[in-house]
Every structure is written in structure tokens, then in C-alpha cells.
Write a protein that binds this ligand. Structure first.
Ligand SMILES: [Fe+2]
Length: 196
């Protein structure tokens, strides 16, 4: 039996307080879902030399070994998580999952990563290898450097089945820490972020 409202226009502040508290208490499920989606990438190969989980783990391993901070490492791990749902549009899916939990530069690094990657393969489809340039105005020079480093030094090199790739368990504490709380503060009330 419902102990709260059945339509929003009859809701009360107290009821929203309960929803806010419950949602906050259950925040850990976000990391659980993300880890589950990452695990599901292990059965996606699609002609690559590694499955997509290995590719994501290897990208994160390269980032971590290069000294990247935790948000960048977790975003590197999750950059192709959108492929668990759909290859077309996968960068935007991953970026939307990460957006509440990471800095703007990290979000942009993931949102546009496919066009940055295009430097290394778009020509095979008759595309523009400099497709990344159409996004330049959306980046500060520092943000641009990070996005280039991600694509050129980590993502595009992370298809080697013989590389010493770290396992998902290694990254789990960082995943749990990054997804533990949203950085976006709701404008109106604590409950507002759960409203729609
Ligand atoms: Fe990738």
C-alpha cells in the first residue's frame, strides 16, 4: 500500500524529505549498477582484438599508470560503458552517466571522445580525421589537452590482449568513491534532484 502520494500535485514537503533521505541512503546502488554495466561489456567484441570490458580496463590502467587523478581514471574506465546499451550514441550515454559525479573537463573528455579518436581511424570511412576540431570552441586549452591525452595516449592504444591490464576489482574502490555523491547541488531543495 502506498504511504506517500500517488500524484505529484498532491505531494508534501515531508514526503519529499523521505524520498530525499531514502535516495541518499541508496546512493551505493549507482556504483553497483555501473560495475554491472562494465561487467556486461565482457561479451561485446564486435571484431576488436579485445572485448569492450578489457578495452575499458586497459584504458583506465594506462590512465592510472600515467598518473591521472581518480575522476579521470574512473571516467576512462567508463568511457565506453554506453556500448552496454548502444554503440551508436555511446559517448553521450557514458557522459550523461558520469556528468553529476565528475568535473566539467572530465565530462567533456568523455562526451566528445569519439571525434577525438577519429584522428586514428575516421579516414578509413572517408571521414575527417580532424573531426575533433569542430569541438575546439567548447574547450579551454587545458580541457583540450586532457581530451587529447585521453584519446591519443590511452583510449586508442587500449586494444592489446597481451598488455598487463588491471582487473575491475582494482578499480572498484575508486568507482565507489566517485559515484558516492553527486557534485551537482539542486537549486531548490534536497528532494528536487529526484523529482523527475
Ligand atoms: Fe574506447
Amino acid at each position: 500500500m502506498a504511504t506517500t502520494f500517488t500524484r505529484m500535485d498532491e505531494s508534501t514537503a515531508e514526503q519529499w524529505g523521505v524520498i530525499g533521505t531514502e535516495s541518499y541512503k541508496n546512493q551505493g546502488r549507482v556504483a553497483d549498477r555501473v560495475l554491472g554495466m562494465l561487467e556486461s561489456l565482457s561479451d561485446i567484441v564486435d571484431g576488436f582484438a579485445t572485448d569492450q570490458l578489457t578495452h575499458c580496463l586497459q584504458t583506465a590502467t594506462l590512465a592510472e599508470r600515467a598518473g591521472a587523478d581518480d575522476e579521470v581514471v574512473v571516467a576512462s574506465l567508463c568511457h565506453d560503458i554506453g556500448k552496454a546499451v548502444s554503440v551508436p550514441g555511446h559517448p553521450a550515454i557514458a557522459a550523461a552517466i558520469l556528468q553529476p559525479y565528475v568535473r566539467t573537463d572530465v565530462y567533456k573528455m568523455i562526451l566528445h571522445h569519439q571525434d577525438f579518436q577519429g584522428r586514428h581511424y575516421y579516414a578509413h570511412f572517408g571521414g575527417d580525421p580532424d573531426a575533433r576540431e569542430k569541438h575546439r570552441d567548447a574547450f579551454t586549452p587545458k580541457e583540450w589537452d586532457l581530451a587529447e591525452r585521453f584519446a591519443d595516449e590511452w583510449d586508442q592504444k587500449a586494444f592489446d590482449p597481451d598488455y598487463d591490464t588491471l582487473p575491475l576489482e582494482h578499480f572498484e574502490p575508486k568507482v565507489r568513491q566517485v559515484f558516492a555523491s553527486a557534485q551537482i547541488v539542486p537549486a531548490a531543495s534536497e528532494g528536487a534532484r529526484y523529482a523527475s
